[in-house]
Design a protein around this ligand. Structure first.
Ligand code: PEP
Ligand code: MG
Length: 942
């Protein structure tokens, strides 16, 4: 059997193979072959690490032999020798997996030091202090990592010596102190391990390699992999990089530092970084001394600075990516010790992507892929200033991104009143209802104590692009006391609070924020994304302003216009209530006739804003009781009315009683006299009685309509079939609005969509109604009114009967909010702040399915529906309009299962556009649809 090669010299590694050599090893190999000044060395592969674990933590038999052969070559290159007293070679031994896991595994520096080589080091450097310092660092690091001696025992010795000698810092210790510390350290190791500190450098090397391998399965590393879902497919085992030591602390012609090839904060094309003269890397990390900006090197070490500039160019031209590299200068010679792709903020990624395309370093596809849709989120909303260090007072659900400050107010009317006075307002409610809509308009942001990410507050706020924190259960609202209580803090109405809807956090007072940054570079990047993607992107919008904004942000139509929002405007709600409460058909017809022109003009405005693009209008969906006051509110009002009625009866007699009063009071009681007269008049008109009767009727109706599970009850198409007048009016309004604009010469593309459908018969019933109304409208306007007719797929049965539904429907749109609710039997109103957090924490569920589409359950139902739907109608257009339509992973999934478009709230459009482009570009890595298995989509298996 051919033996496996476990060790590669840096210059030897042919193809760059991160899985085999680890990221660091691959980088060192690559830089060596590019001719950059990398200290000589070799890499022990991740395969050796796997072998180690498969063989009871024993190194492969041939490994140390292979190490010995490669060591010879390094010795030849450097002219130094491991273990030599004259010209000693020292190594750094560093871990490095395929995926960077910063600080999670172990590293040993100055390996090769022992009593003999120490003498050599003293001779070469003529610096005893430096040599003993290196030795004590090595004994401590090796003792801890390879031999398992506790770090605090070394620290104790160091601190005792510092105390004894009066040294404040480590740097105050002289050579003799350090020599003494080394002696004590060696004694400690012998005491704890029972054997002397290993002097033989080859033994040191073997133990160090084993220790690095062990750190792959250390708690830190395992926790990190779990947290970031690093699977064995991504990184399996760590490599070990054995690299010649170079010292940045050999005097004032030596230095060490870290640099970026461009500014990672702004993306500016300049060398960026920090360095310290006469220091080791550790000193930079430990923060003992403050490093200098790299620009100072221009004056201090001009030759090195020029080399750094050259290195920066070489690195970028080779890696086609911004690099973050470590360097050391040893006695005037520059060495590069590591390079990796630089981590940058979103703003810097956008700028560098655009500029690197102009510089022909990367192509447009790469530029688009560099910006992750999640990172783009940072640029689209106001954020809490990253320099702000305060702590939130409470945490709820991150329901709609962005940060906002304002005066806390506890009802929508007050929000409107205070807002109109020009103040900033945060509407704080237990939960919101459609009738709170004017409060949303007046507010900077919304905070609720109940409800999840698809609750009314969350969905409406997202649609408006306003921040929202929902389900903040730590907060209790006292409506009577007009205050909110969090733990023991009372927030009085009118006091400032700040919410961060991107993180779900609530702060007291006005916290500084930074503005969103949609600049020209980002627009260019999004344009490139549009050129790449094949998945359509539409917006969920229900006002003409929303439609205009959506168009500006790149929407290719409206995928969901929720008509119920139009019913909630202050001037409409009373008419809608009349319609619902009407005792007779005639009365209902009157109310509906009043609503028709209003809806028609709504649709006209939206169509106009979207001329040339499709607009999907959904017929009324929510249960009607949502438009009525609650039974509790009504009962309370009724009680008050009755109290007034009783009070009126007693006051009637006051006039008579007054004549017994002292005549001198009479004049001042004149006002009361007036009041009494008014009361008598009210009584005669029986106004109070009428009102009481009306409230009684409303209460009765509300009780009649009450349902135990309203979201599974009288809503959607069921409502349309039982109250056909409502659907008829809406269809008429849609077609007439379209007709009027077509007559103006505009290209109008209405799409009528029916919610909550579970059987083809329901859909057929509505379709007949549409045809009837279309006929009437075409006759009236004397033109042809084209429309498309479709259904939402948000009920499990609809997925199973998709083949039949497609006989009637021109299009499907997945309502994944309800479909998720129906698939899991998790209430979308309650689950997210009741048990889902615990489910996520215990990894029972990896994600919140109301936020990240559950591809394994809901996704599979979608695939069934797509398959059967397209069997009936191959060109069936299929979209998604649930909240998942703007979530990057879900957009990717939507692309992979062949959806025609995603529809999301307007502010999320740039994210969806970018995610759709990513999905297209990553398509090559994915399985074809027929082999597609949800169990292997995504990383975690639930
Ligand atoms: C859905 O259920 O996904 C949907 C878009 O409809 P709504 O959220 O209005 O119920
Ligand atoms: Mg729905």
């Amino acid at each position: 059997m051919k033996s496996i090669k476990f060790v590669y010299l840096f210059e030897e590694a042919e193809a760059i193979d991160k899985k085999l050599l680890g990221g660091k090893g691959a980088g060192l190999a690559e830089m060596t072959r590019m001719g950059l000044p990398v200290p000589p060395g070799f890499t022990v592969t991740t395969e050796a690490c796997l072998h180690f674990y498969e063989n009871k933590k024993r190194l492969p038999k041939s490994l140390m032999e292979e190490v010995g052969v490669n060591l010879k070559k390094v010795e030849e290159k450097t002219g130094k020798k491991l273990g030599s007293a004259q010209n000693p070679l020292f190594f750094s031994v560093r871990s490095g997996a395929a995926i960077s896991m910063p600080g999670m595994m172990d590293t040993i520096l100055n390996l090769g030091l022992n009593d003999k080589t120490l003498e050599g080091l003293i001779k070469i450097t003529s610096d005893g202090r430096f040599a003993y310092d290196a030795y004590r660092r090595f004994i401590q690091l090796f003792g801890k990592i390879a031999l398992g001696v506790e770090e605090k025992e070394f620290d104790q010795i160091l601190n005792q010596t510092k105390e004894k000698t009066g040294a404040k810092e480590d740097t105050d210790l002289d050579g003799d102190h350090l020599k003494d510390i080394c002696k004590q350290y060696l004694g400690l190791v012998k005491k704890r391990t029972g054997t002397p500190f290993p002097e033989d450098p080859m033994v040191q090397l073997r133990l160090a390699i084993e220790a690095v391998f062990r750190s792959w399965m250390g708690k830190r590393a395992m926790d990190y992999r779990k947290e970031f879902n690093i699977t064995p497919e991504m990184a399996n085992g760590t490599a070990v990089n054995v690299c010649t030591m170079v010292f940045g602390n050999m005097g004032f012609d030596s230095a060490t530092g870290v640099a970026f090839t461009r500014d990672p904060g702004t993306g500016e094309n300049i060398l960026y970084g920090e360095y310290l003269v006469n220091a080791q890397g550790e000193d930079v990390v430990a923060g003992i001394r403050t490093p200098k900006p790299i620009q100072e090197m221009k004056k201090e070490m001009p030759k090195i600075y020029r080399e750094m500039e050259r290195t920066r160019k070489i690195l970028e031209e080779h890696f086609h990516e911004v690099q973050d590299f470590e360097f050391t200068v040893e006695k005037g010679t520059l060495y590069i010790l590591q390079t990796r792709n630089g981590k940058m903020n979103a703003q810097a990624i956008v700028r560098t992507s655009k500029e690197m395309v102009s510089e022909k370093l990367i192509n447009r596809e790469k530029a688009v892929l560099r910006l992750k849709p999640q990172e783009l989120e940072q640029l689209l909303h106001k954020r809490i200033d990253p320099n702000f260090k305060g702590k939130p007072v409470a945490v709820g659900l991150a329901a709609s991104p962005g940060a906002a400050s304002g005066k806390a107010v506890f009802d929508a009317d007050e929000a409107e009143r205070v807002g109109k006075l020009g103040h900033k307002v945060i509407l704080v409610r237990e939960e919101t209802k459609p009738e709170d809509i004017h409060g949303f308009f007046a507010s900077q942001g919304i905070l609720t104590t109940r409800g999840g990410k698809t609750s009314h507050a969350a969905v409406v706020a997202r649609g408006m692009g306003k921040p929202c924190v929902s389900g903040c259960e730590e907060l209790r609202i006292d409506p009577k006391g007009r205050e909110a209580i969090i733990k023991n803090v009372n927030i009085k109405e009118g006091e400032f609070i700040t919410i961060d809807g991107s993180r779900g956090e609530v702060y007291l007072g006005e916290v500084p924020t930074v503005d969103p940054e949609i600049n020209k570079d980002l627009l260019t990047l999004l344009r490139w994304a549009d050129e790449i993607r094949t998945l359509g992107v539409r917006a969920n919008a229900d006002t003409s302003e929303g439609a205009v904004k959506a168009r500006q942000l790149g929407a290719e139509g409206i995928g969901l216009c929720r008509t119920e929002r139009m019913f909630n405007a202050a001037n409409r709600l009373p008419v809608v209530r009349e319609m619902i409460l009407a005792g007779s058909k005639e009365k209902r017809a009157e109310a509906i006739a009043e609503l028709l022109p209003m809806q028609r003009s709504d649709f006209k405005e939206i169509f106009r804003a979207m001329a040339g693009l499709p607009v999907t209008i959904r017929l009324l969906d929510p249960p009607l009781h949502e438009f009525l006051p609650s039974a509790e509110e009504l009962a309370e009002e009724l009680r008050k009315l009755k109290e007034i009625d009783t009070a009126f009866s007693t006051m009637e007699n006051i006039s008579d009683a007054m004549k017994f009063l002292d005549p001198s009071f009479r004049e001042s009681l004149g006002l009361l006299d007036h009041v009494v007269t008014d009361i008598v008049e009210i009584k005669e008109k029986r106004l109070d009685k009428k009102l009481i009767r009306k409230q009684h009727d409303t209460l009765r109706k509300v009780k009649e309509m009450m349902e135990v599970n309203p979201m599974l009850g009288h809503r959607g198409v069921r409502l349309g079939i039982t109250y056909p007048e409502i659907y008829k009016m809406q269809i008429q309004a849609i077609l007439e609005a379209a007709a009027e604009l077509i007559k103006e010469g505009l290209d109008i593309q209405p799409e009528i969509m029916v919610p909550q459908v579970c059987t083809a018969q329901e859909l057929k019933w509505v379709y007949q109604l549409v045809l009837k109304v279309q006929k009437e409208a075409e006759k009236q306007y004397r033109i042809r009114i084209p429309f498309k007719f479709g259904t939402m797929i948000e009920v499990v049965r609809a997925c199973m009967r998709a083949g039949r539904l497609a006989e009637v429907a021109d299009f499907f749109s997945f309502g994944t909010n309800d479909l998720t609710q129906a698939t899991f039997s998790f209430s979308r109103e309650d689950a997210e702040n009741k048990f889902l957090p615990l489910y996520n924490q215990r990894k029972i569920l990896q994600d919140n399915p109301f936020e990240v589409l559950d591809v394994k359950g809901v996704g599979r139902l979608m695939m069934i529906a797509i398959e059967w739907g397209r069997r009936t109608k191959p060109d069936l257009k299929i979209g998604i309009c649930g909240e998942h339509g703007g979530h990057p992973e879900s957009v990717e999934f939507s692309h992979s299962i062949g959806l025609s478009y995603v529809s999301c709230s307007a502010p999320r459009l740039p994210i969806a556009r970018l995610a759709a482009a990513h999905a297209k570009l990553k398509e090559k890595e994915k399985k074809p649809l027929e082999k597609y298995d949800p169990d292997v989509f995504g990383i975690p298996s639930v």
